[in-house]
Every structure is written in structure tokens, then in C-alpha cells.
Design a protein around this ligand. Sequence first.
Ligand code: ADP
Ligand code: MG
Length: 226
Amino acid sequence: MANLIEVKNVGKRYERGGRPFWALRNATLAVAEGEFVTLLGRSGSGKSTLLNIIVGLLSPTEGEAVLCSTPLSGLTDEAASELRNRSVGYVPQGAGVLSTLTVLDNVRLPWYLAHRGPEPEGRAQQLLEEVGLGDLANQYPSALSGGELRRVAIARALMCEPKVIVADEPTSSLDAQTAREVVSIFRRLADKGTGVLMVTHDTFSVDVSDRLYDMAEGVLTERAKA
Ligand code: ADP
Ligand code: MG
């Protein structure tokens, strides 16, 4: 199976209080078509830094990231954002929905940003139903709870039928049942060929994942699955 994500010897150095430190060191990881990969690690260990590099929102200090066979290092911001829109379902940490659009329009937005023409009939509504928010389609985000906003972000990430899903703690602030449903959606998509890379603390997603990585103080290691 082809790799959708390839990270080779990637490092990221930040400055803090005038002193440089490495948030990520020599990280190497791959996610192939049809794979569900979980990334675990404590807060502050470098997980979001790695994900932001993978989706082309952050440049690494060293090493190389390749997304859907395209090396990110050579891309302009515009080209990276087009690639992200076309191929990646990114669920950033936090909600990140637009407060001036209804829930339904938030989910639809990536489709229009990708210039894909008319929305397939009812697709955004269908995705909202899959994440249990069918009844809230016409509400504005201010009327939703934190967990509901997470689910809007998940539905939005699936709108353009991404080749690869990159999700940063998508199940945080969800109850156990809803978290399981979200992970099951990702698992089903992986079974149909989508690549999934997910940061989480849920044991359920550890159980259904094909491979696991641990992050500790910027050092990434693959864990042998029990
Ligand atoms: P995680 O997602 O695992 O909680 P992050 O990747 O967000 O961790 O952060 C890793 C480390 O890098 C943390 O110590 C964080 O404070 C630091 N960090 C993140 N972004 C920046 C930044 N823009 N500038 C300086 N330090 C940062
Ligand atoms: Mg994080």
C-alpha cells in the first residue's frame, strides 16, 4: 500500500525565553492507505507540532515531510493549502469553527473552498447525522457545547472525502459513547482505504488501531502492539 504520510528525520526547534529548544527530534513515521495509526503522549510532548508539520502548516527545522507523494518543503503556502484542502481531513486541536456560519455551512465550507462544484445532495447533513448532530444543522456555533463543536470539526474534515485524516485529539471533550462512534467512523473509513493518523488518549482507539506511536519529550517511537 502506498504511503499517504511520510516523515523522515524531522526536527523542530522553537525559541522560548530567548533560548532554543527542540520540541521534536529526528522523528520518522509513515501512514499507508488503509492504516489507522494512533499517536500517544503527554501534553507538551510535541504531538501537535508533528501534526502541524505533516499537514503543511508548520515548516520543520530539519528533515522532510511528504504528504500524498508531494514533498511539502518545495511548496508555497498557497500550494500547501490547496493540497491540504484536496487530500487531507484535518481536525485541529480545539474546535476552530467559524462563528458567523451555521453548523451546516461550517461543514460544507471546505467543499466550496476546494472549488468542487455543487455539493453532492445532502452530504453535509448526512455527515452531521453520522456524528449525531443532525438536529443542530441550522444552529450557530455559539449554541453548541464543546463536545458538539468537536463533532462539527470532525464532520467538516470528512466533507471532501479525504485520502488521509489527521486528527488532533478529536475525541477530547466527548463522552465515551460518542468518542467510540467517532473512532468507529475513522476505522470504517480506514477499512475502505483512507489513512488515519490520530492523537488521542482513548484506549478504545488504541484497540482498533493498526499501529501505535509514542511521543515523549519530542522523541517519537513506534510501539509494538500487544
Ligand atoms: P502536544 O501537542 O504534545 O501537547 P505541542 O506540540 O503543542 O505538544 O508542544 C510541544 C512543545 O513545544 C511544548 O513545550 C510547547 O510549549 C512548545 N511549543 C509549541 N508551539 C510553540 C511555539 N510556537 N513557540 C515556542 N514553543 C512552542
Ligand atoms: Mg497538542
